[in-house]
Ligand binder design. Sequence first.
Ligand code: ATP
Length: 241
Amino acid sequence: MGVKSAPANPAATNIQRSVLVFGGSFDPVHQGHVALVQHFAKLLKVDEVRLIPAGQPWQKGGLKATAEQRIKMLELAFDEQLSVPYSIDQQEIERAAAQIPSYTVDTLTNMRSQWGNAQLNEEIALILLIGADQFHNFATWKNWQQIFKLAHIVVAARPGYSLQIDTLPSEFAALWQQANGAIEDLKQCSFGKTWLETDLAWDISATRIRDELQQQGQTRETTSLIPRKVLDYLQSQGIYN
Ligand code: ATP
């Protein structure tokens, strides 16, 4: 497999708006999700946040919480937690409900097409936020190379996942290295730059929370990892009992 060069990015365009895009299963939403978005929204001085709950898999063995419950948890968790506007984009849930496979590349493409004309798109920086676990899988995502032409990519360190570039597939590692630069670069153009945030170490995962809730019920440790309003909602719905 040949190494492709990084896609051309309109040099030093006039960025008018930057949008942080954060997708996940959110089964359940936990404090790590909220802290991550707060951290990057501030660090990158974004104008807007879009939360993208993943579609409910229609195959057997999917998520525990329904799409409606995950949307509700996002609303409860993020209410009044950000200093910039946020919205919950349901396109992946809608595609899954129609039994259409859902991929990040399609989500980003849709976002860009919703904004319409090319000039406007050059003025909007899209910043895709993922955790280190997803960084490891990135080269398995559908049309992952295309994502470099649609958005910047920022990665949050996560306990248990290395950020060593040389352990990643070579084509991905090469593209990543070419795109990696200073954090200010993300404000200079609308897509195609990358940034690793190495200093984070929030040891929180939805899988662990689900397992502990199921096995031990609500312990003090587990409940401290879930936003208060989400916790009340989980109790009222009995989702992970
Ligand atoms: P699960 O354990 O079910 O995989 P999760 O805790 O990773 O869930 P998701 O909803 O799948 O939660 O995560 C959404 C995004 O947030 C992903 O990009 C994931 O890598 C990132 N993320 C979640 N928790 C953390 C964390 N503690 N540190 C860094 N990134 C995280």
